[in-house]
Design a binder for this molecule. Sequence first.
Ligand code: MN
Length: 251
Amino acid sequence: MAVKQTAGREALGEFAPKFAQLNDDVLFGEVWSREDKLSLRDRSLVTVVALMSQGLVDSSFQYHLATARKNGITRQEIAEILTHAAFYAGWPKAWAAFRMAKEVWADEDAGDDGKGQHQKEMVFPIGAPSDAFAQYFVGRSYLQPLSTSQVGVYNVTFEPGCRNNWHVHHAHKGGGQILICVAGRGWYQEWGKEARALHPGDVVNIPTGVKHWHGAAADSWFSHLALEVPGEDSSNQWLEAVSDEVYGQLN
Ligand code: MN
């Protein structure tokens, strides 16, 4: 996908139209856009180090730090990148770069890195906090719709310790749910049965009418794709939360 850039035209479109066009259409529109050759994250890493090594701490450096964060470089990683580069580019340049990096990652506390790390292990986006379903979950979950026509497919992400309440997928014909585990470690349990540990690649077929829950392990983020099996008059029935007692016994 092409990276859209308008900074060149906005700043220099009249004064240096060719430079603006090269900046927006070639540097960003073509080189930055070759995601199939090198990811945006890696391009950000290269760019930040290249600028930092010249001692540039102007607005362009700030822009590229913000872009690096947007492209998935975490606070922990930028600290490591600048520390490493300091030995090759020069200590004072790292000091200068750190001042700006601290500002760019200011609102991301160290505890957020688990989420960033989890995202890096997964091709599907984590998506937005799942506020609409929060009442049926213990802990925080995230939802990213992947398909909303034909068959509904959603990527559901659970923070460590998060799980949904006991629930039942109902339908008069067909229906039920399929889980495809994509990252991290989690659990699936049917009422009256032992819990099943889940790992990336595992598939769970959940028939209609079976009371169950799914969620993350206590010490790991977890994501599964949830597929809604088409059925007649399908509905979800949400029940009681999975108690700390039941969840705490899992290991
Ligand atoms: Mn379910």
